[in-house]
Ligand binder design. Structure first.
Ligand code: UDP
Length: 317
């Protein structure tokens, strides 16, 4: 029997490349699509000799020319770090709207399941803490984060409308801050910035007073949840996926300094506009939908597991 076929947009990205590995391990044929805007070719090089792996360099804001038939589409293409998604804000919005429409059309044509990587950013700067899926969010529609926050909200809307109007079988997850090996060193998000700075002996760039909070999920826990939900019948989401341990950025910096043994100091810089003050997933619904799933890797352990990758990558700079 031929294996099932998954198309992964953003397949050369941080989470996308972990997904390529996981679906190949599970016996799937994998087609990764990426335009290398933030994805890195080195993330997919290990799979290129695998006959079940195919790579297409393509920007999903343009419809695909290839005639692809598949069972599942994982839509992960979009820069996710504020620095990168703000660098071409209009293209970020296009990726979320045109890109999602193009891939939903492919799902409709292929009769494939469509799995959307949404984000905790749909909650904006939340007034409810922790955030359950039923919370509609507190999002600025004209700010510098809006291209991503509103783009991802529009993408969710498109998924639910393709489901209602065309019967496309959808799954929607809201991903909270995730970290681990394969992150780009210049990703710009806090975990990779602090790790790179600590390992290079540079000053840690702390935005604001460092008392804002985030909840950090190790990539392996996230990928386990994604794989399980992509196979699950009877629930379309949205469900939160992440780790519900909550840390201030000051606490994160302390853990990173301790685990790397770095003597780096911190410098305090202005807080970027619209930076959410708190963020933590309410995982009640997720745990009832995904039986047996919960985030297993605590922040200290995840940082420890990530250090060898970052140490190697920094040494190669
Ligand atoms: N942050 C920081 N220093 C950095 C990068 C980020 O203090 O070098 C802060 C940022 O202002 C935010 C938190 O860390 O409050 C998480 O930022 P990140 O860009 O990782 O993700 P997001 O804001 O999208 O959750």
């Amino acid at each position: 029997m031929s294996s099932k076929h998954v198309v992964i947009t953003g397949g050369a990205g941080f989470i996308g490349s972990h997904l390529c590995q996981r679906y190949l391990n599970e016996g799937w044929s994998v087609t990764a699509i990426d335009n290398f805007h933030t994805g890195q070719e080195r993330n997919v090089l290990p799979f290129k000799s695998n006959p079940k792996f195919k790579f297409i360099k393509h920007d999903i804001t343009i419809p695909l020319q290839e005639n692809i038939s598949c069972d599942l589409i994982l839509n992960f293409a979009c820069p996710a770090s504020p620095v990168h998604y703000q660098s071409d804000a209009i293209w970020t919005m296009k990726t979320n709207v045109y890109g999602t429409i193009n891939m939903l059309d492919l799902a409709k044509k292929s009769k494939a399941r469509f799995f959307q990587a949404s984000t905790s950013e749909v909650y904006g700067d939340p007034k409810i803490h922790p955030q359950p899926e039923s919370y509609w969010g507190n999002v600025n529609c004209t700010g510098i984060r809006s291209c991503y926050d509103e783009g991802k909200r529009a993408a969710e809307t498109l998924c639910f409308d393709y489901n209602r109007q065309h019967g496309v079988d959808i799954r929607v997850i809201r991903i909270f801050n995730t970290y681990g090996p394969q992150m780009a060193l210049d990703d710009g998000r806090v975990v990779s910035n602090f790790l790179v700075q600590a390992l290079k002996g540079e000053t840690l760039t702390m935005y604001g007073d460092g008392k804002q909070t985030r909840s950090f999920c190790y990539v392996e826990d996230l990928v386990n949840g994604i794989y399980q939900f992509s196979q699950l019948e009877g629930h379309i989401g949205p469900i939160n996926l992440g780790n519900d341990g909550e840390f201030t950025m000051l606490e994160l910096a302390e853990i990173i300094l301790k685990k790397t043994g770095s003597k780096s100091k911190m410098s305090f810089m202005p807080l970027p506009a619209d930076d959410p003050k708190v963020r933590k997933p309410d995982l009640t619904k997720t745990k009832s939908v995904l039986s047996g799933w919960s985030p297993r890797i605590k922040l200290e352990e995840g940082i420890e597991r990530s250090i060898p990758y970052f140490r190697d990558a920094v040494a190669r700079l």
